[in-house]
Design a protein around this ligand. Structure first.
Ligand code: ZN
Length: 312
């Protein structure tokens, strides 16, 4: 399970390599996804950690096709991934966003029967997605993302949105329209975005505590130790894993608190005003590579609350 400690990602398959290409302090409001348009994750990391006379680039994370993640800068430091960019009235998103570069060759071109990247490598048919970009340009071949990469990107988006209370998950193509086309149509940005933000029917539900105080425990049962002072009514939770009676949750707005709570005392949060408007921008919903099971808590909630009150 990935987590964040002192603005650094911690978990299996995560490593750190510092880039010199950083700016000032960052209070992230957005997450911006990119593709590297490169050969492999190693060359991308190398490039993003190099100072260049023609302009320096960097990002917070590089996500490989095997799911490996390299962090180049902590999430409270500005990196240079967005370039000339705009979102609403906000100009230049480097100073307000976390950037993730995903290893992907990007837009390919046809050479006879073959689909070839700008650097000359041909990709087999099962690694090519033929699609039109949401901003037009006609049907073109794009390098496919790997399934593990998409799942890992989703996990990163969910974690970062919850941890920093991010307002949106955007593509570079959204903030540098006409100049950039990444992460492109091969990436299911609409589905990942709505899942990470907890919007839409496909979203991971954001839950809220419905009792005055609710213990958060080290495991799925009342016999497990309490991890922290009891959660107050109204505390927002992201469900990481739901079992029949207990759910593993991340506490929204808390730095690193994750634990288990009894399903009887949480319920799905109703959408707040203003939260639905941005959905109009959402592109066609593409399925996320491998759907995860999201068991309902309904059966647990229908049990008598009295019986389980002592276990909260
Ligand atoms: Zn980009």
């Amino acid at each position: 399970m990935l987590r964040i400690e002192q603005h650094r990602l911690v978990g299996p398959g995560v490593s750190q390599q510092a880039t010199p290409n950083t700016g000032g302090a960052l209070r992230p409001r957005y997450l911006v996804l990119h593709y590297t348009a490169g050969r492999d994750a190693e060359s991308a990391v190398r490039s993003l950690c190099t100072r260049k006379p023609q302009g320096n680039a960097s990002a917070h994370l590089v996500l490989g096709r095997d799911g490996q993640i390299v962090q180049l800068a902590p999430f409270d430091v500005t990196t240079w991934h967005a370039g000339v960019s705009q979102w609403g009235n906000l100009i230049g998103l480097n100073s307000s966003s976390i950037g993730i570069e995903m290893d992907n060759a990007g837009l390919l071109h046809h050479e006879g029967e073959r689909c070839v990247a700008w650097f000359g490598r041909a990709y087999p048919r099962d690694e090519v997605v033929v699609a039109e970009h949401k901003h037009g340009g006609g049907t073109q071949p794009w390098h496919a993302y790997s399934e593990v990469q998409i799942e890992r990107a989703l996990a990163l988006c969910e974690l970062l949105v919850a941890h920093y209370g991010l307002e949106d998950v955007l593509g570079h193509e959204d903030i540098a329209r006409g100049r950039k086309v990444d992460p492109g149509p091969a990436f299911p940005l609409g589905a990942v975005r709505s899942r990470a933000l907890g919007r839409g029917s496909d979203a991971v539900p954001r839950m809220v505590v419905t009792v005055a105080s609710l213990n958060i425990r080290d495991g799925p049962g009342a016999e497990f130790a309490k991890l922290a002072p009891a959660l107050k009514r109204g505390t927002e939770l992201i469900v990481l894993r739901a079992l029949d009676r207990w759910s593993q949750v991340a506490v929204v707005g808390s730095s690193d608190l994750e634990g288990w709570v009894c399903n009887d005392f949480i319920e799905r949060q109703v959408a707040r005003r203003g939260e639905t408007a941005p959905l109009a921008r959402t592109q066609r919903q593409a399925p996320v590579a491998a759907r995860r099971t999201r068991p309902t808590t309904k059966s647990a909630r229908t049990r008598t609350r009295a019986a389980s009150a002592r276990q909260r």
